[in-house]
Design a protein around this ligand. Structure first.
Ligand SMILES: CC(C)(COP(=O)(O)OP(=O)(O)OC[C@H]1O[C@@H](n2cnc3c(N)ncnc32)[C@H](O)[C@@H]1OP(=O)(O)O)[C@@H](O)C(=O)NCCC(=O)NCCS
Length: 163
């Protein structure tokens, strides 16, 4: 049974640093993402988001509103999501799903100009593809070669019917 309790999304702050640095993934998963320890610094237009369960960081991802987004979509109001990970010890508890569902409201509040989230998922990363499909992301049909092979570009529109 899934044990989603009090998941929330927070902007990165130093209080989470030590926990984020200790994140681990098995080798077969690590190839698909970058661990949060890679992002001790970010550039303008990159935003570190921490997935927090009852005050403990359990996951992490990056949102981008940089020039890089143009490689994934023609929409100037889209943001790119990368480097999603749930720390190994906390996987399979529904945290990623809950976090991705919360992301819609989070983006509306924190980035009100954003009306679409795009992401790239490796063709071999079936768990992540299932996750994104389950919460409404659609395969755009676009393909992009990543460091370890073809990636599907998936997208979620945030403002349906102008709401
Ligand atoms: C993909 C990842 C973020 C999922 O996190 P999680 O918290 O374990 O996922 P959840 O428990 O919220 O599961 C949500 C859905 O994802 C899918 N899923 C998650 N793990 C899965 C697995 N091992 N096999 C198949 N499907 C899986 C399922 O559809 C699941 O829904 P269900 O339990 O109702 O069937 C996590 O496995 C991870 O960090 N992987 C390594 C990094 C990575 O691949 N990131 C994505 C880069 S695009």
């Amino acid at each position: 049974m899934k044990t989603v309790n009090h998941i929330k999304l927070e902007h990165f702050s130093d209080e989470y640093l030590d926990d984020l640095k200790s994140f681990e993934l098995p080798e077969e998963q690590a190839q698909f993402t970058a661990l949060p320890s890679k992002y001790s610094e970010v550039t303008e237009g990159q935003f570190r988001i921490v997935i927090v369960n009852e005050n403990e960081p359990v996951g992490f991802f990056l949102l981008h509103s940089t020039e890089r987004v143009k490689e994934y979509t023609d929409n100037p109001n889209a943001m790119l999501l990368t480097s999603l990970s749930i720390n190994q010890t906390n996987q399979g508890k529904g945290y990623a799903k809950q976090a991705m569902l919360l992301l819609n409201e989070f983006v509306k509040t924190e980035f009100p100009n954003c009306n679409e989230i795009v992401l790239a998922v490796n063709h071999k990363n079936i768990p992540a593809q299932k996750l994104y499909s389950k919460i409404g992301y659609k395969d755009t049909g676009r393909r992009k070669m990543g460091p370890i092979g073809e990636q599907f570009i998936m997208s979620l529109s945030l403002y349906i019917n102008g709401k």
